[in-house]
Design a protein around this ligand. Structure first.
Ligand SMILES: [Zn+2]
Length: 308
């Protein structure tokens, strides 16, 4: 699970080589619908500024940014991203490797409803198998956003996988205050109404400064909702190299819900092979648990939605 498709000529070669090296049979490839223009919406701007002012960085740092500087920093952060590939590009990439890749589209819930509906139709028409959303980089709150509810409904009806980023994110989103919409708790209201197959990316645990930041909240969701799963992208070492964490997951009976992920090629100094070792070489996992996380669980879920 969780490899980012990068629109670059050489990426195809890089990915195939990396898959072979890591012993990967199938990748779930993502794109992201990022629209930095939503930063200019007044409600988004005031939400971000309010949250920034609650951070420790703001409270104690005498050289802290004022509102304008902070917003400029955010704008620059968003503009530093290479534009992610379109759904058409992703679909044709996947078509050229039908046995090796499954494609997942993306929709930004902050865009107008007509746009969201059009993008969802496009995803279904192109044969993509799911929708990725990011409460951090897409700046929406899953608990209150109406379009997010529409996305859940669409995914449930069309047997598409919903993949939702959980945990912190790089840059400004390392500040937990700014990432609070990606606390898995925010998903509870929609999960009480829809039984969509959802994957909590990073198991709520991604954070450089506070590893496993919302692990407890994520595990609660996996326990409570039958159709909720999680991928281990970017957090394999944070989870499987801690005996207490492994035991906790085991005690809750949640090993059948964890799907190996890597976040390739986004994490610096990491790659798929390195992340695979994070599972395979863990001293605390049993052989059965390793096999379930690395292969069996994902296969079962992808079969359930008819993706393989
Ligand atoms: Zn990612």
């Amino acid at each position: 699970m969780h490899v980012h498709l990068v629109a670059a000529m050489e990426f195809e070669k890089v990915l195939l080589k990396e898959m072979e090296r890591a012993g990967v049979e199938l990748v779930v490839l993502l794109t992201m619908d990022l629209n930095p223009s939503v930063l200019r919406k007044e409600e988004v701007r005031s939400k971000l500024i309010q949250r920034y002012k609650k951070t420790r960085a703001y409270e104690v740092d005498p050289t802290r940014w004022n509102e304008e500087e902070f917003m400029r920093y955010l704008e620059n952060f968003f503009h530093s991203f290479r534009p992610p590939p379109t759904h058409q590009y992703l679909a044709s990439f996947v078509e050229s490797f039908p046995k090796l890749a499954v494609g997942i589209g993306s929709v930004n819930p902050l865009k107008p409803t007509e746009y969201v509906e059009e993008k969802l139709r496009e995803i279904a028409k192109l044969g993509l198998k799911g929708v990725k959303v990011l409460p951090t980089l897409q700046l929406f709150d899953p608990a209150t956003n109406q379009n997010f509810e529409l996305i859940c409904e669409f995914c449930e009806r069309n047997k598409l996988l919903l993949i939702c980023h959980t945990g912190c994110d790089p840059g400004p989103f390392e500040l937990p205050e700014l990432s609070q919409d990606a606390n898995p708790e925010r998903l509870v209201p929609v999960l009480e109404r829809y039984s969509v197959n959802i994957v909590l990316a990073h198991l709520g645990s991604y954070s450089v400064h506070n590893p496993r930041i919302w692990l407890t909240e994520a595990l609660e969701i996996l326990k409570r909702f039958e159709n909720a799963y999680a991928d281990t992208s970017a957090v394999n070492y944070a989870l499987f190299y801690r005996e207490d964490v492994v035991e906790r997951i085991r005690r809750l009976g949640l090993f059948e819900k964890l799907l190996f992920g890597s976040d390739f090629p986004y994490i610096r100094k990491s790659n798929i092979a390195y992340e695979v070792r994070g599972v395979r070489e863990s001293r605390y996992l049993t052989e059965e648990e390793k096999e379930a996380v690395l292969r069996g669980n994902a296969l079962k879920l992808l079969r359930k939605i008819g993706a393989v």
